[in-house]
Ligand binder design. Structure first.
Ligand code: ATP
Length: 626
């Protein structure tokens, strides 16, 4: 329950909505309580006048105006003699008819006002819950953006999505309906019980007796419903994941001819969903009958005990009718106690899950607000790095330096730690030991936003958004820049403009699920265009030319050379052809630098690099001969 305290700051922020909502609840209930009185008075009016008809003694009959009517007459200063000065049976009939119609109209007016204030209640409290839902979602999303890559490795995407959607919806039920029904229960109970006690204390106690039983039984039924519906929801999200995976991997599925087994698996999971749903329907079906049974019991007690009291002359017939309405009015609020309790429990569990993420402090934080100018000198001083989750030592005592405007290439076997160097320069992780300096400053002291906005990073596994090609390339640009021109220039330099212009919608072509699929090489080049569009000071290309042929690679590299002037570039590759033009080449193996120098220096060393060069040359020649 303590988890819900996180929401207090929002409740305080929207305090006026709560105060106004409470005023509307009170107003609505005052009208609700006023209505049964009119029913009582109409009943009493008719029973009393029936007695007079039976005796025919009109002169003895002193017509007492119902309180509700006389109250209105007094309010508008209307004379009441028309109704009270009666001396014939026909006069009495006319007066009773007019008064009954008046009472009916007043009843309708009271109900109308009750409805209007109920509408305002929902407009304040339910809208407040929607506003807090919006704020909370934004708070969680903000926090997601602050958190580091390590967090995303530890938690599944589905879990992140669930906390921002499902869990926030559960919390909203506490902020909206739970608060509204609790306020309503308190106000209505006070008003109704006070009205009932003013009629007869004993009858009130008898009538209220089954209501706590109602609250407790509804609590049990709704807890059972919640448990079962959670199970249904879990199975439903399992089914969605199954379907989503089957369709996104449809090519693999068909290639391996797994349609039949996938279908069987889906049918099995669907059947579990059906069984769970039917179990839910069974308890769901108990909910309304449980309420109706308990209302019925209270009504029977009212009529029986009330009837005995009316015979003894302690109360009137009108009082019984009035009580029956009170009982019906109180039933739903009392039933809602059970429902609200289980809502609050679910909301507390959801908020606890949300808090787990909200209270995580990102390990990598921006050290200062003031922006830094990045020139692009990079130095690794005896850097070692261990991945926090896997414990894998990816870098061992790595030292090197590149001056601003130079090109560093890193080559090495798969898993040798090349991408880890790129990750450290982007400050996705902090070094485990040693120092990483940017422009002679420890990287931890540099403004994180300045650093990242000055790095154009092309990751190994290209990710493009389901958006137009133009928007994908312009992703890192601010809108006040000459975006279109920069996008086209970047596409040209990444040697992808001619491909884009072949599409019917050119740069406005949609990518991803709603659009076309680019080839692996085209994706890499769009990703390069995105990285270079913002003219960053540091460029990192992580094996981003692996999917293009050597001829295209040469064109891209010669285009990039123009952009790379005065920019620090880190080129990661498996291919000697990509790295040979660099000012300095590092050869990595098992996280350590085993060779370094220029292309010519490394060839003359006749070590691993020279061996790799020879091997790749002979492979190329073989391909050409084939
Ligand atoms: N996020 C991560 N969490 C845990 N271990 C990781 C992570 N990324 C890489 N590793 C491990 O660190 C080591 C170095 O990986 P890295 O990606 O830097 O190699 P690489 O030289 O870029 O390989 P490749 O050429 O295949 O891309 C590998 O053993 C890898 O399994």
């Amino acid at each position: 329950m303590r988890a819900l305290a996180h929401l207090n700051k929002y409740l305080w922020h929207y305090k006026w909505q709560i105060i106004l909502g409470t005023v509307f609840i009170i107003a609505s209930n005052l009208f609700a309580i006023y209505a049964p009185r009119m029913i009582r008075e109409a009943f009493d009016l008719i029973t009393e006048s029936l007695d007079t008809y039976n005796t025919g003694n009109v002169s003895d009959f002193a017509l007492k105006l119902p309180y509700s009517v006389s109250f209105i007459f007094d309010l508008f200063n209307i004379s009441t003699t028309r109704f009270t000065d009666i001396n014939s049976v026909s006069g009495l009939t006319k007066a009773i008819t007019s008064l009954s119609i008046l009472l009916a109209i007043l009843y309708l007016v009271a109900s109308l006002f009750k409805g209007i204030f109920l509408f305002f209640t929902r407009q304040t409290i339910i809208i407040m819950s929607r506003l807090i839902e919006f704020d909370l979602k934004n708070e969680i999303f903000d926090q997601y953006q602050r958190l580091n890559l390590a967090f995303y490795r530890r938690n599944k995407t589905g879990d992140l999505m669930n906390r921002i959607s499902e869990d926030v919806s559960q919390v909203r039920m506490y902020l909206g309906p739970a608060i509204m029904y609790t306020l309503n229960l308190v106000v209505l109970s006070v008003l109704a019980i006070w009205a009932m006690l003013s009629v007869n204390v004993e009858l009130t106690l008898y009538v209220l007796l089954p209501l706590p039983v109602l609250s407790v039984s509804i609590y049990y039924v709704s807890t059972l419903i919640n448990k079962r519906s959670e199970k249904v929801q879990r199975q439903q999200s399992h089914l969605s994941t199954l379907v989503q995976e089957a369709f996104s991997g449809i090519r693999v599925l068909k290639a391996f001819n797994r349609q039949k087994s996938t279908q069987e698996n889906f049918a099995k999971e669907c059947n579990t969903y059906k069984v769970d749903s039917l179990r839910l329907v069974k308890v769901d079906a108990l909910f309304m009958p449980a309420i109706i049974l308990l209302i019925g019991m209270s009504t029977i007690i009212t009529i029986y005990v009330g009837g005995l009291k009316a015979i003894n002359g302690e109360i009137t017939i009108g009082n019984i009718a009035e009580f029956v309405i009170y009982v019906n009015m109180l039933t739903w609020p009392f039933a809602s106690v059970g429902w609200v309790t289980s809502l609050v429990q679910r909301a507390a569990a959801s908020q606890k899950r949300i808090n787990e993420f909200l209270h995580i402090e990102p390990e990598i934080r921006n050290p200062k607000e003031a922006a830094d100018e990045i020139k692009g000198k990079i130095a690794f001083e005896d850097v070692s790095f261990v991945y926090p989750d896997s414990g894998i030592k990816a870098l061992r005592n790595v030292s090197f330096e590149i001056n601003s405007g130079e090109t560093l290439a890193i080559i090495g076997r798969t898993g040798s730690g090349k991408s880890t160097i790129a990750n450290l320069i982007c400050r996705n992780f902090d070094v485990t030991s040693g120092r990483l300096l940017i422009d002679n400053e420890p990287i931890e002291k540099i403004n994180l936003n300045s650093l990242r906005s000055n790095i154009g990073y092309v990751p190994q596994d290209v990710f493009l958004f389901s958006d137009t090609i133009a928007n994908n390339i312009a992703f890192g640009l601010s809108s006040d820049e000459n975006v279109r021109q920069m996008v086209e220039m970047a596409a040209e330099n990444a040697y992808v403009k001619h491909n884009i212009e072949e599409f019917p919608k050119k740069f406005e072509t949609m990518l991803g699920e709603r659009g076309i699929n680019l080839s692996g090489g085209q994706k890499q080049r769009v990703s390069i265009a995105r990285a270079i569009a913002g003219k960053p000071q540091i460029l990192i290309f992580d094996d981003c030319l692996s999917a293009v042929d050597t001829e295209t690679e040469e064109i891209i590299l010669s285009n990039l050379k123009k952009i790379m002037v005065n920019k620090t570039t880190v080129l990661i590759s498996h291919r000697v052809s990509t790295v040979k033009m660099a000012d300095k080449i590092l050869v990595l193996d098992e996280g350590a630098i085993i060779e370094s120098g220029t292309h010519d220096e490394l060839l003359s060393k006749k070590g691993t690099y020279a061996e790799l060069h020879l091997k790749q040359l002979s492979e190329e020649r073989k391909v050409e001969q084939d």
